[in-house]
Design a protein around this ligand. Structure first.
Ligand SMILES: *Cc1c(COP(=O)(O)O)cnc(C)c1O
Length: 427
């Protein structure tokens, strides 16, 4: 129920804010682990995790403690000077993911922009692409952020229209289409990179064929094209392994050593849960042969690599490991899809469930023009104490913090099924 209290806060945003979002009408004031509380004290399961930025759970006590400590010590120096945390963070993160170098940024979109800059320059300096001719191949239904360059290669009209002139240099091909990728790379010698999400989160948890990522990497290698993986949403344990590109490998943190199952990108982009949800932190990782194209003065960020962010990221990575969050995501994700599939076998409202680890979505059977059904379902879920949001009209993503327990996820499955049942046709 929306109380006057709730409406007071919502109306303030409505009156003074830009209209760039249409949130579920709930006003939150507290979070802990898998739970959030609204301004009236009602408790909810969080099934969005801030688009997978709070994989470690809300206000994780260890990250909070270290953040507070660092906040009282030193927060920002800019990169005009060194600080005593950044180097250690770079060492930890590069070893964690198996790359030689890291470039620190803040938001995910900045990470993508950074990868684009590195890839273009690599194309000119190392591949010999003629000046200003570099092309980057991207996929239909991609989501890589909101900057002017990144929306230039979006396939979503709403994200893109009237924000032109758009940045040239991108070729869009169908997602999950290896034949088309091969053909495109073969025909055009000016392609410097292929930028891809291992699972398309914003598109509604689009899971490609099992071998798409590994074969795409092979095709890129063959044509001397950089393979850039955007793991901003899929990385950090979300899909049941450290990175979604790790596939089903069960090696916790030793992916580099088990190359059989780890599809190692040339450039890896991380964001969101690299911060445990505390602070915008993104990073681009690659080996020196690629990273060396960036020299002093050619890229940067005032806040990138600041001591607070560096400290938070170190602990966020540790928590993932120590609490075995990827293993938990894999195990509970399987249970989740199994039980939702049982429900779907007798359902007219839900068409299918798809996903990997704890990044899942259900497709609602709604071919009406305004696609209100998924929204209405999310409103009832909210009443029953579970927060999720529709995407693309008839898709609902379910992505709880990875600290969720088996008992809790079973309770949530119950809430979801009870809610869906209310929307089934009665005869
Ligand atoms: C969220 C997201 C981004 C953008 O991150 P911001 O921090 O919002 O700029 C980029 N790529 C993917 C795959 C994402 O999910």
């Amino acid at each position: 129920m929306e109380t006057n209290n709730t409406n007071k806060y919502i109306n303030l945003e409505k009156k003074y804010g830009a209209r760039d979002y249409s949130p579920i009408p709930v006003v939150l004031k507290k979070g802990k682990g898998v739970f959030m509380w609204d301004v009236d004290g009602k408790k909810y399961y969080d099934f969005l995790s801030a688009y997978s930025a709070v994989n470690q759970g809300h206000c994780h006590p260890r990250i909070l403690r270290e953040m507070k400590k660092q906040a009282g010590q030193l927060t920002l120096t800019s990169r005009a000077f060194h600080n005593n945390v950044l180097g250690k963070y770079m060492e930890i993160a590069t070893q964690y993911f198996g790359f030689e170098r890291l470039l620190p940024m803040n938001t995910g979109a900045e990470g993508v922009e950074t990868a684009i800059k590195i890839a273009r320059k690599w194309g000119y300096l190392k591949k010999g692409i003629p000046k200003d001719k570099a092309q980057i191949v991207v996929c239909t239904q991609n989501f890589h952020g909101r900057t002017t360059t990144v929306i230039s290669f979006s396939s979503d009209a709403n994200s893109k229209d009237y924000f032109g002139p758009h940045t040239p240099g991108f070729i869009e091909i169908e997602y999950n289409n290896l034949t088309l990728l091969e053909k495109t790379l073969k025909e055009n010698k000016n392609i410097t990179a292929f930028l891809v999400e291992p699972i398309q989160g914003e598109a509604g948890v689009n899971v490609p064929d099992e071998d798409f990522i590994s074969k795409a990497k092979g095709i890129c290698k063959k044509h001397n094209v950089l393979f850039i993986v955007d793991e901003i949403q899929t990385g950090m344990g979300r899909t049941g392994s450290l990175l979604a590109a790790c596939g089903n490998c069960s090696c916790e943190n030793k992916c580099e050593r088990q190359k059989k199952t780890y599809v190692r990108p040339d450039i890896l982009i991380l964001g969101k849960a690299l911060s445990g949800g505390f602070y915008p932190i993104s990073a681009v990782l690659c080996d020196d042969e690629i990273m060396e194209v960036i020299q002093p003065g050619q890229h940067g960020s005032t806040f990138g690599g600041n001591p607070m962010a560096s400290r938070i990221a170190c602990i966020a990575l540790e928590v993932l490991q120590e609490e075995k969050l990827m293993q938990n995501a894999r195990r509970l994700g399987t249970i989740f899809r199994e039980k939702i599939n049982q429900y779907i076998s007798e359902s007219k409202v839900v068409i299918k469930v798809r996903g990997k680890g704890l990044l899942n979505a259900i497709i609602i059977n709604d071919d009406t023009k305004d696609k209100k059904l998924a929204w209405d379902i999310c409103i009832v879920l909210k009443e029953k104490g579970l927060l999720a949001k529709p995407t693309h009209g008839n898709i609902i993503r379910f992505a709880p913090p990875l600290v969720i327990t088996e008992k809790q996820i079973n309770e949530c499955i119950q809430i979801i099924c009870d809610t869906l049942r209310q929307f089934e046709p009665t005869n």
